[in-house]
Design a protein around this ligand. Structure first.
Ligand code: UDP
Ligand code: MG
Length: 313
């Protein structure tokens, strides 16, 4: 039976931790009794430098219950980094890890399905929201727009999946090879590959407390998603520059011919020359961008390949 770790990043979550622990312990016990996971399974809270009583609560729960452990980060590093810290810690002890938020928005009853798929040989199981009924219109609209932009930029993401997922030890070891500092796990995990599947669930409301993802952080995460995964915005500049250059060169040519034929073309010649210069500058910027993009991907030092199976007699 696999040892399961449930990793939960927490930032100022004193209102929810008690209830989350209560429900998760019941769920974990259930799964252990039904033989889905080992009794060495644990809940791992990662305190992301909370300013409230979160860590105090975690230590108290830890002292009362052997199935709960805690990791405290020295400073608030943001959800993605806190989650990563938890995953990297858990992989030393677990066969598989489920990551979830502290606020009980993710339906913990689908964990059975996660484990079933893991036992069927999946290395990654994505929790996917079956609807967005609990979201505001604004969030629905922006989320959908974001997925479309990502698709256009050629980034592989799982539609309507946040960070509720199961990863096997093997997948976590692969994740550890991604050396980048600007983490966007929702992009990296699909990039790893391995056999994966989705489990659908209805996402509820936050149990208590306020969202720790205000609009500003949300936009930050979206920008992180685009810039960590695509250099297309840089290469698009080259295209733009070439189009401007071609059109203005054509305009210049036409004005010169018209001038030869006797028309008054001084203004047209001046304007198209200025446009042509702009086009050349934009193209040059694009070319520089292509190299910056290369340097960027080199700097990330992502693994060139991740072996899945090796057959040898
Ligand atoms: N979180 C974190 N560090 C932060 C912000 C958030 O660890 O700097 C955690 C938070 O405690 C929660 C999860 O990330 O467990 C998701 O946050 P939240 O539920 O507030 O986001 P929402 O569901 O509103 O998008
Ligand atoms: Mg939430």
């Amino acid at each position: 039976m696999p040892i399961l770790y449930i990793v939960i990043p927490c930032y100022n979550e004193q209102e929810v931790i008690g209830e989350t622990t209560r429900r998760l312990l019941i769920k974990l016990e259930e799964m252990i009794i039904s033989g889905k996971c080992s009794e060495k399974s644990r809940i791992l809270y990662v305190d992301d430098g909370s300013k409230d009583k979160t860590w105090e609560l975690i230590t108290r729960i830890f002292s009362q219950n052997e199935r709960v452990c805690g990791l405290k980060l020295a400073h608030n590093r943001g959800h993605q980094n806190a989650l990563y810290a938890g995953l990297m810690t858990a992989r030393n002890f677990a066969d598989c890890v489920i990551s979830m938020d502290a606020d009980l928005q993710d339906d913990i009853n689908v964990m059975d399905d996660f484990l079933d798929k893991y036992n069927d040989g999946c290395d990654i199981v994505y929790g996917v929201r079956s609807n967005r009924d609990t979201d505001t219109k604004f969030k629905k609209f922006t989320a959908q727009g974001f997925y479309k932009v990502m698709k256009f930029l050629g980034v592989e993401t799982v539609y309507n999946h946040a960070d509720y997922r199961l990863m096997s030890k093997r997948a976590l070891d692969a994740l550890a090879q991604y050396d980048e500092v600007n983490l966007y796990l929702r992009g990296i995990v699909p990039d790893i590959g391995f056999r994966s599947d989705c489990v659908y669930y209805e996402r509820g409301e936050r149990y208590a407390g306020e969202t720790k993802y205000p609009l500003k952080k949300m936009i930050g995460l979206a920008i992180q998603g685009v810039t960590s995964f695509s250099v297309k915005p840089l290469t698009m500049v080259t295209g733009l520059g070439l189009i401007i250059s071609a059109l203005s060169a054509l305009a210049l040519l036409i004005s010169i011919i018209a001038g030869i034929c006797g028309a008054h073309v001084t203004v047209a010649v001046i304007l198209s020359t200025i446009w042509l210069a702009c086009g050349i500058i934009t193209t040059s910027l694009g070319i520089v961008g292509e190299y910056v993009g290369k340097i960027y991907s080199e700097a990330k030092r992502r693994p060139k390949f991740i072996p899945e199976t090796f057959l040898k007699k």
